[in-house]
Design a protein around this ligand. Structure first.
Ligand SMILES: NC(=O)c1ccc[n+]([C@@H]2O[C@H](COP(=O)([O-])OP(=O)(O)OC[C@H]3O[C@@H](n4cnc5c(N)ncnc54)[C@H](O)[C@@H]3O)[C@@H](O)[C@H]2O)c1
Length: 439
């Protein structure tokens, strides 16, 4: 019942499919059932409330209830081990618990691996653990599919209701057709394209998708860093122009402080590690990751351009979540930037509309947190824009002027119009000096 599990469950329930969310975290079940969604995602709380009221969504920590259902989706986390390889411990535990719960069930049960796992996991670890603990055979009493998830935090509900594709990897016809049947019921006449393939190919589709998107981000950030050196050049124009080429497309060409979130970095690390174990070194992917890591220090370099030494300077970081409309700070660029700022001796005060509680858990008392953008800006020597929240986007040049000690602004998300900030010390990622100069 994390981001993927809860949003998927709420979406299923919203279309009349009775769904039970299971999580080892007992508090989570209780929150879903009675209180408020345990994570921030637009539309989720209303959807959860309605579905619980109609008795279409239930939540528990008791996995034995899985035996009373037809299909179980595994949506547990797949974090990184210290060497970057995938940590399958949650998958193993959940699969084992599920197998035990299904051991006395009579009749067919379909198990679907929705978590992101390296190729071979569904047919290897999951199959082995499931067969051992259930004492049943996959292909007869048990069905098994890989069905990677492509939803994005911040628009997870919308993505779950309107995906651009469904990828199903299976070994046998029955499990693939049972899962398709469920999706047909869910999407009705709006069933998106379904790609049927092997579990290993389905697993690789997910990594390929994330790797491509992350590479696009590091690509445009590389162009941004070059553009910054050229008077009158703004990377936004470059992105707009190349994005019009249908072979390139406009999405994911927004220069910024580097990608974050729970997936790109960890999935890249898992894929690089997996590939190296197969004796192939994916150079391009290592470069994408390194470029991303460096991008956070580029943000700090812009602050130093404005302020000189950052030692003892008060820096307001506006936005902490890895993107707007989520409270998730996992691998957020803001955390990398804050770490650099702290190393340089800056005093950091941060504001985020949703992510302060998660940030406090991670950074403990290393930074001060403000209740709103204005109080974060109060007395600051520099403001760094790290997330494109609407609350931050709507700030005007006069807000920075009125509250800050010195109105130095680093717009790492490129959310403001440089012309409106012309009277202030304003630098933005990918914006060359004196943009707008007429030649
Ligand atoms: N977050 C995303 O945007 C996203 C998108 C697509 C795919 N994915 C993939 O989906 C998977 C889940 O990601 P997430 O962000 O939802 O993770 P998450 O950390 O938000 O949620 C995982 C949940 O699983 C629970 N859990 C752990 N072990 C369990 C067990 N044995 N039994 C029952 N519950 C258990 C945890 O308590 C937690 O609530 C990952 O593989 C991730 O890579 C995530």
């Amino acid at each position: 019942m994390g981001y993927v599990g809860l949003c998927t469950a709420a979406a299923f329930a919203s279309r009349g499919i009775r769904t039970i969310g299971i999580d080892i975290d007992e508090g989570r079940g209780e929150q879903i059932h009675r209180g408020k969604a345990p994570l921030h995602e637009p539309q989720l709380n209303t959807m959860r409330k309605n579905a619980v009221k109609k008795k279409l969504l239930d939540a528990t920590s008791e996995i034995s209830v899985a035996a009373n259902t037809n299909t179980t989706f595994l949506t547990v986390g797949t974090p990184s081990q210290p060497d970057g390889s995938i940590d399958l411990s949650h998958i193993k535990n959940a699969t084992e618990d599920l197998g035990n719960a299904l051991s006395d069930k009579s009749g067919y049960h379909l198990v679907v691996v929705k978590s992101t796992v390296v190729p071979g996991t569904t047919n290897g670890t999951v199959k082995r653990f499931l067969e051992q603990s259930s004492r049943k055979t996959i292909g007869s009493e048990l069905g098994l599919c890989s069905n990677p998830e492509f939803l994005k935090e911040g628009t997870a509900i919308d993505d779950a209701l309107h995906p651009d594709k469904i990828v199903i990897g299976s070994n046998d016809k029955r499990s693939a057709s049972e899962l398709t049947k469920l999706y047909r019921r869910f999407y009705g006449s709006k069933l998106p394209p379904v790609i049927m393939t092997s579990p290993e190919a389905a697993e690789l589709v997910k990594y390929a998708s994330n790797a491509f998107l992350a590479t696009k981000v590091s690509f445009i950030n590389t162009i941004a860093n070059i553009a910054e050196q050229i008077p009158g050049v703004d990377v936004g124009t470059i992105a707009e122009a190349i994005g019009l080429d249908p072979r390139i497309g406009p999405q994911f060409l927004k220069a910024g402080p580097g990608y974050g979130g729970s997936c790109f970095h960890k999935d890249f690390q898992a894929l690089i590690n997996y590939s190296q174990n197969k004796n192939y070194d994916p150079l391009l992917f290592r470069a994408t990751e390194e470029t991303n890591e460096q991008q956070a220090s580029r943000v700090v370099v812009l602050a130093e351009k404005l302020l000189g030494s950052l030692s003892s300077k008060r820096v307001a970081v506006l936005g902490l979540s890895f993107k707007k409309d989520t409270d998730d700070i996992r691998e957020a660029a803001s955390i990398r930037v804050i770490n650099h700022l702290k190393k340089k001796g800056a005093q950091v005060v941060a504001y985020d509309p949703m992510a302060i509680p998660n940030t406090k858990k991670k950074l403990l008392d290393q930074i001060d947190c403000a209740e709103n953008a204005h109080s974060a800006l109060k007395g600051a020597d520099c403001a760094i824009i790290m997330t494109e929240w609407n609350q931050i986007r709507k700030l005007k040049a006069k807000d920075f002027q009125a509250y800050m000690k010195n109105p130095n602004i680093v717009d790492a998300r490129r959310i403001y119009n440089p012309e409106e900030f012309s009277g202030l010390n304003y630098l933005s990622i990918g914006l060359g000096p004196s943009t707008g100069t007429k030649y």
